[in-house]
Design a protein. Structure first.
Length: 463
């Protein structure tokens, strides 16, 4: 199967971290201001976020310009020469003519490379809605889907993304030619705020108006709830879903918290569980630090860390096995954080499934450091059934005795014995089945050797 590249443009709103994670390319559009021009860089290297928004506040006119056919030709041909087919997903044709330039480049290059495939899609959306389509395409590619199948799915589902937005000042809409100067004047005088959506034609249009910022925020939350009702009905016969992230970014903390509560409560009322442990950010986009950006995007962390007490949160099947196994092989293991693996199971059942599927990986690990591993061994040693399963499958024997992993295991076992949290018969099973002749004292630390010999002697004294 031939490899293919996924490429978008500056409207996809995917930062460098996400582009690397999902292996997504982009071709930059351009911006012009004060007689200067530069690329619309998704990583804000050419101009900072703070400076960009300050220019808008200072009424400096900022314009954008599309990707040219020549830019597409150059990048597309580079991919083709490297042996890739191309799936290009562009900003809505109603907002940018870039996608038409991609069509022209495609037609020209296919005449030159007839054996190659170049599929160009008009997403009919922009911003993170476009970015999500690219991520979905990337996930399908990772599952081994071919370029035609991925493109077909994106075409058939691109109108299912839903976005609401508003503006702080009508002057920005007036500058874009969306409303007349008269409407902008009276709208500003009466503090009218439009609610803007991406419609089925790919245009950003105002569908409602509210008076005042608090009212428009509240109404957008209500619209989100209404859309959830439609989504829940459509999903009635499908697997039950959950809401993984709600992130609100706003200048005013009170309004942000109000909107977050309205949206999350609305999902919960409609039987769509919300993971409320995830990131909430209250503040100005222009004042976000790089660390805050990374936190919002859950950089370098497991993106489904649902905690004890949120038993109604679920993962969908496509998000389970690969990500969880990668996590199990490269991170510490907090059994309480990794319980939600198998759809609609309760916390305890899912927790046990995690033990059955990944327990051996945990015990083999040479990382084994800290609270997470101690929690795992606490979970195992609390149950005779789990102890027997680990012994019968030889999992205990796989613990490397020269690592902190073994230190965690033996210290928890010693603690359980001291506080009478484990039965004598379970201790004997571990001693006879493992510690008596299954460990090498030469390889372990002095402290671990002392604890191990103490446990063996304790069992011997009790016959």
């Amino acid at each position: 199967m031939k490899k293919f590249v996924i490429v978008s443009d500056s409207c996809c709103d995917l930062n460098e971290e996400l582009r690397k994670k999902y292996d997504i390319e982009y071709i930059p559009m351009g911006i012009a201001y004060n007689g200067k021009s530069t690329i619309a860089d998704l990583d804000w290297k050419e101009i900072s976020v703070k400076d960009y928004y300050q220019m808008m506040k200072d009424d400096i006119r900022v314009t954008t310009f599309q990707i040219t056919k020549e830019q597409y030709l150059s990048r597309f041909e580079e991919y083709l020469k490297n042996g890739y087919d191309i799936l290009s997903i562009s900003c809505s044709s109603a907002l940018s003519a870039s996608v038409h330039a991609s069509y022209k480049a495609r037609d020209e290059l296919l005449a030159k490379y007839p054996e190659s495939k170049i599929i160009c899609i008009d997403s009919l959306i922009s911003c993170y809605g476009l970015g999500l389509l690219c991520i979905i395409a990337s996930n399908m590619r990772s599952e081994g889907k071919q370029i035609e199948e991925v493109a077909k799915f994106i075409e058939e589902n691109k109108l299912k993304s839903n976005q609401f937005g508003t503006v702080a000042d009508l002057k920005y809409i007036k500058r874009a030619g969306r409303i007349t100067a008269t409407k902008a004047l009276f709208g500003t005088l009466f503090n009218v705020k439009p609610i803007i959506i991406s419609d089925i034609k790919g245009q950003n249009v105002s569908v409602e108006k509210s008076k005042g910022r608090k009212n428009v925020i509240s109404r957008m939350a209500e619209l989100t709830k209404e859309y959830t009702d439609k989504m829940s009905s459509a999903m009635a016969s499908a697997k039950r879903g959950y809401v993984d992230d709600i992130i609100v970014i706003c200048d005013e903390k009170e309004i942000s918290e109000q909107m977050f509560k309205k949206i999350s409560d609305g999902f919960c009322d409609r039987n769509m569980p919300v993971n409320k442990e995830k990131t909430r950010y209250y503040g100005k986009i222009s004042e976000m630090t790089e660390d805050e950006r990374r936190q919002i995007m859950h950089a370098e962390c497991f993106n489904y860390d649902l905690t004890l007490g949120h038993e109604d949160n679920f993962l969908v099947d496509s998000e389970k096995s690969e990500r969880l196994e990668q996590y199990a092989l490269s991170h510490s293991f907090d059994i309480r954080l990794l319980g939600y693996l198998y759809g609609n199971h309760t916390f305890k059942v899912a927790q046990y499934y995690y033990f059955c599927n990944y327990g051996n990986l945990i015990m083999k690990s040479r990382i084994g450091r800290g609270k997470s591993f101690r929690q795992f061994y606490t979970y195992v040693l609390k149950s005779s059934d789990r102890i027997l399963k680990a012994l019968m499958n030889g999992w205990f024997q796989d613990i490397p005795v020269d690592t902190i992993n073994y230190s965690n295991f033996i210290s928890i076992l010693y603690y359980f014995i001291q506080w009478e949290m484990i039965s004598e018969i379970d201790v004997k099973r571990i001693v006879v089945g493992y510690l008596s002749d299954g460990v090498s004292y030469m390889d372990m630390s002095t402290e671990d050797e002392v604890l191990t010999k103490s446990i063996v002697e304790w069992d011997r004294m009790r016959g």
